[in-house]
Design a protein around this ligand. Structure first.
Ligand code: MN
Length: 737
């Protein structure tokens, strides 16, 4: 008979034992389709390719899985290796089968680079997270098992690579899913290629002693069976030598020879119910001497992967220790097949799952789907063990775990805060993407940085998902705080000016400052200092320009020279500053009693706006400084003759100036997005904002300072009202001195 049909016949027999025959017709169609698609392709062994999917389907059938899984196993290499598409498969065999095949294809395409243990754990999680339907990973494991069984036809290099990957990724996943038997086989097959010498040594030794082992196991088995029968307990007793890799690991971690290995044998007693398990344990401890500290009750405390059994190690009369595992038939199914066992029980599912009080991890998987009926519930069983994480690669192949929904900003800060702070863009899988792109499992993410990047923007705090990124961005803003930059920049500027023999007042003098600012390309004196403070420009460069500009101004200035270095005496303001020199002065919206046009400056400490009662102070250098009447700085001492004469009455002239700059301070409970909410509230009011700075204090409150431009006191009140409504804001006040 044709070996392909022969293999197919074996599959039919296996599947028929647990599936209604109507389903077999679908399987036959899938087999014919896959066979036609793979026609002409050969495996490394020289066999027709279809032999591989047939064997994978057989392994899937041995796990007792449902028909969709078997179909997907037959078709699992069609998208990868033939012209089939998801659409083709969906049309012929339904969307579920197509989704599973596509899922398996994605896992097949993943590249693994050998990494340290922490990286491997992330890779395993990523693999599981990528398998949205748990059947995807189950079929991938079966695929890998068959590839490992036929690894002898591959090159030595391939053999080592595949074995390492199997040992580090697939065997642990099989373990995590509770599939003991598959796990053992994967481990033994891998070991054969990873350490052929060590493997052979153990295999040879076991083979040489096999009759001794057989004899020992037979004797123990019969003894136990007799005793349990006497007790009226129905049981099945099996003995086996432990699998090669588990012996290997013990020999190498405990530096022992095979003859020194403590428990080479494992016996399994399978009974009907849990109370009987404990009865059997009593009998075993009565018959043999238990080894202290070796009893483990995984029935009352199951392993995380759902495994349940009683374990004990005892020593018989011959002085040979052996392990005994006692469990029910149900527990045995779970131990052997793990999560796959659930497909075995498909028909009696509802009752079965309901009784599984201790099957915590599967319950977690199922929680989200409690309302759907049982049938649908299994077919849509999703792996959401790692639903809150997403796993992505660096261009070097390292895996980073990020919170689900993370974007390139999170990734950049996960690499290093310097990478985040210098980020100007990001590439995902080689393509430039927006910074708020949601990262998917398996994406390769690359961050584009520039030395002179502006640094993070405040929206990033809202876009990113990880606390790490948020904290690092906040840290940056804290560090980059404008006030501090201004202060430090001013110190540097003053030092450099002194060095060049220029006084600060020369620079800030009203007649010089606008031209100087233009020359250095800054909007205000504070901007200039801030820029020096954070290193946008240097004090040396700025002062060189200032010097140049001052020189130019001095040349163009009319003789006779000014009365003194930037000093204005009360009453002299009007003449000292001819109107022509500062045309904007008339637009200040302020008239000064007793003086004509004069230089008006609104005091920063209280930032008055039209409607505020105001008072003027004739300053040195700036003309008249206008304060709010209630400003602490305007509470002058009438008895002080030096000051009394400087205070003058001022008043507002309507419609002179469009807007006035003033400042507000908000106190709020610190939270994400606070500054953003403030900004958007202001923009909704169409208010111009010149600065907005938030800083958190240690006690969990945040201080937000904003500088806005408003028409008058009425508009300012609207702004205050609106800002007070922002969630978490407790106080909004105007600056006062
Ligand atoms: Mn395959």
């Amino acid at each position: 008979m044709d070996p392909i049909l022969e293999q197919y016949q074996r599959l039919v027999e296996r599947v028929r034992s647990y599936t209604p025959s109507a389903e077999l017709e679908r399987m036959e169609r899938a087999f014919r389709y896959a066979d036609a698609q793979h026609a002409g392709q050969l495996r490394k062994s020289g066999e027709p390719y279809i032999i591989h999917p047939l064997h994978v389907a057989m392994i899937v059938a041995e796990l007792g899985m449902d028909m969709d899984s078997i179909l997907a196993a037959l078709l699992h290499d069609c998208i990868e290796d033939t012209g089939s598409t998801h659409e083709d498969i969906a049309k012929l065999f339904g969307p579920t089968v197509a989704d599973i095949v596509e899922g398996v294809t994605k896992l097949t395409r993943m590249q693994y680079v050998t990494k340290e243990e922490e990286q491997m754990e992330n890779l395993r999680k990523m693999l599981m997270a990528m398998s949205k339907d748990i059947r995807v990973i189950l079929i991938k494991i079966c695929d890998r098992l068959h590839n490992m069984r036929t690894l002898e036809y591959q090159s030595t290099k391939k053999q080592r690579e595949k074995s390492l990957e199997t040992m580090e990724i697939y065997a642990p996943i099989a373990h995590r899913l509770g599939m003991q038997r598959v796990k053992w086989e994967l481990e033994d097959l891998s070991l054969r290629y990873l350490d052929p010498v060590g493997y052979d040594e153990i295999a040879r030794e076991l083979a040489a002693q096999s009759s001794v082992h057989e004899e020992f196991m037979r004797a123990v088995r019969e003894k136990v069976e007799r005793r349990l029968a006497d007790e009226g307990i129905t049981s099945k007793v099996y003995g086996r030598v432990k699998h090669i890799y588990s012996i290997y690991r013990k020999m190498y971690t405990q530096h022992k020879t095979i003859s020194e290995i403590f428990d080479l044998y494992a016996f399994r007693v399978i009974v009907d119910d849990i109370p009987t398990c404990y009865n059997v344990l009593g009998c075993i401890h009565d018959m043999f001497n238990p080894v202290l500290g070796r009893f483990k009750d995984y029935i009352s405390t199951p392993k995380p992967n759902g495994y349940q059994s009683l374990h004990t190690t005892v020593i018989g009369r011959e002085g040979i220790p052996f392990e005994v595992q006692i469990r029910t038939q149900d527990m045995h199914q779970t131990a052997e097949y793990g999560i796959a066992a659930h497909w075995k029980y498909k028909r009696g599912l509802a009752g079965h799952l309901g009784s599984e009080e201790t099957y915590e991890w599967v319950r977690r998987l199922l929680e989200s789907q409690q309302d759907t009926d049982a049938e649908e519930f299994v077919s849509s069983l999703k792996v959401d063990l790692f639903a809150d994480e997403v796993f992505v690669f660096t261009p070097q192949g390292d895996v980073k775990s990020l919170p689900a929904g993370a974007c390139p900003i999170d990734f950049a800060y996960a690499i290093h805060s310097a990478v985040g702070n210098r980020m100007t863009g990001a590439k995902v899988n080689g393509r430039i993407v927006p910074l708020d792109t949601k990262l998917q499992n398996g994406d390769i993410v690359e961050i584009i940085t520039a030395k002179n990047a502006h640094g993070p923007s405040r929206d990033w705090i809202k876009l990113c998902k990880s606390n790490e990124a948020r904290n690092k961005i906040r840290q940056w803003f804290k560090k980059e705080r404008r006030e501090e930059n201004i202060a430090s920049g001013k110190v540097m500027l003053e030092a450099e000016l002194r060095h060049m023999g220029i006084t600060l007042s020369q620079v800030t003098a009203a007649e010089n400052l606008p031209a100087i600012l233009k020359k250095v390309g800054q909007g205000s004196f504070d901007d200039l200092c801030a820029s020096i403070g954070y290193g946008g420009t240097t004090a040396v460069k700025a002062v060189a320009r200032i010097r140049e500009e001052l020189g130019r101004i001095a040349k163009t200035q009319a003789v006779p020279p000014a009365a003194g270095p930037g000093v204005i005496y009360p009453g002299m303001a009007a003449t000292a500053h001819p109107a022509a020199k500062a045309p904007k002065r008339t637009q200040s919206g302020i008239t000064v009693e007793g003086l004509g046009n004069c230089m008006i400056k609104f005091a920063k400490c209280c930032a008055p706006v039209p409607g505020d009662p105001v008072i003027g102070f004739i300053t040195r250098g700036y003309g008249v400084s206008v304060h709010r009447a209630d400003c602490p700085n305007a509470q002058f001492d009438h008895t002080d003759p030096r000051e009394a004469g400087r205070w003058v009455n001022v008043s507002w002239v309507e419609g002179e100036q469009e807007s006035y700059r003033t400042a507000l301070e908000l106190i709020a409970a610190d939270r994400d997005g606070l500054a953003l909410d403030v900004a958007s509230a202001l923009s909704a009011l169409k208010v111009r904002v010149s600065t907005l700075a938030a800083r958190a204090t240690d006690d969990g409150t945040a201080l937000v300072s904003v500088e806005v431009e408003v028409k008058d006191r009425g508009e300012l009140q609207q702004v205050i009202n609106r800002l007070s409504q922002i969630h978490g804001v407790s106080t909004v006040k105007r600056v006062t001195g």
